[in-house]
Design a protein around this ligand. Structure first.
Ligand code: CA
Length: 236
């Protein structure tokens, strides 16, 4: 397998590169986020350090996730629960804290590769068109049509809608959406999610397209025809 090793520390990169090579992987190392973005398309899996000189690793992870669906294992000294949760919510497949045992990391790589399988995944439904009633969300083309007519959403509004559309049968926690799209569920951006959801409902004219699950989060609405009044809520 071809690995992309994103690591700015030379000693760590050498140790990891050697261990990966011993297990038969080919390795491309990127010491900066910019290089990681350049090389990621060829990678079959990614090891990602979060402390990088040119861009925070979590931000890089979000960007990688928009262009590649290879498994990503975060390998970092950041060990706070909040860091780990943010890493996983931002799209990491696993999270390994430094210092780590090399054998354990290699076992985790095998596990992640088995779990993610030979078939490409579509973490944000990349390349898919999701339909809900007369609404079509094209996550690759980043367009939304309602009854065949294109609707203009802001970038963030689209990101929220695409995130829900990627797994249309699931309820998505507020914190998960905030971490994934705003980068932090703890920054007091919570209100801003509601504003964006309201924007999606108003602009599409389909209040049921995004359903509120009270006290938890949101999900994509089912047959989201034109609704006569207000939001449709479900659950409590
Ligand atoms: Ca580092």
């Amino acid at each position: 397998m071809h690995a992309l090793l994103v690591e700015d520390d030379d000693r760590m990169a050498r140790a990891l590169g050697t261990a990966l090579a011993q297990r038969g992987h080919t390795v491309r190392r990127a010491a900066r986020a910019l290089d990681a973005l350049r090389y990621v398309r060829e990678a079959e899996f990614v090891l990602l350090d979060l402390g990088l000189p040119d861009l925070d690793g979590l931000e890089l992870l979000r960007r990688l996730r928009t262009v590649c669906d290879a498994p990503v294992i975060v390998v970092t000294a950041r060990c706070e629960e909040r860091d780990i949760v943010q890493g996983l919510r931002a799209g990491a497949d696993d999270y390994v804290v430094k210092p780590f045992r090399m054998a354990e990391l290699m076992a985790r790589i095998d596990t992640v590769r088995r779990r993610t399988g030979p078939h490409p995944r579509h973490p944000d439904g990349a390349g898919r068109i999701v339909r809900a009633g007369d609404v079509e969300v094209d996550t690759a083309g980043r367009t939304v049509t309602v009854a065949g007519r294109e609707i203009r959403l802001t970038r963030r509004e689209f990101d929220v809608l695409a995130h829900l559309a990627a797994r249309p049968d699931e309820v998505h926690a507020r914190e998960e959406i905030l971490d994934r799209i705003w980068g932090d569920a703890f920054l007091g951006t919570s209100r801003s999610l509601d504003v964006h959801v309201a924007g999606i409902r108003a602009k599409t004219g389909r209040p049921g397209l995004v359903r509120t699950v009270r006290g938890f989060g949101y999900r994509l609405g089912g047959g989201a025809g034109p609704a006569a009044s207000g939001e449709r809520d479900e659950g409590r």
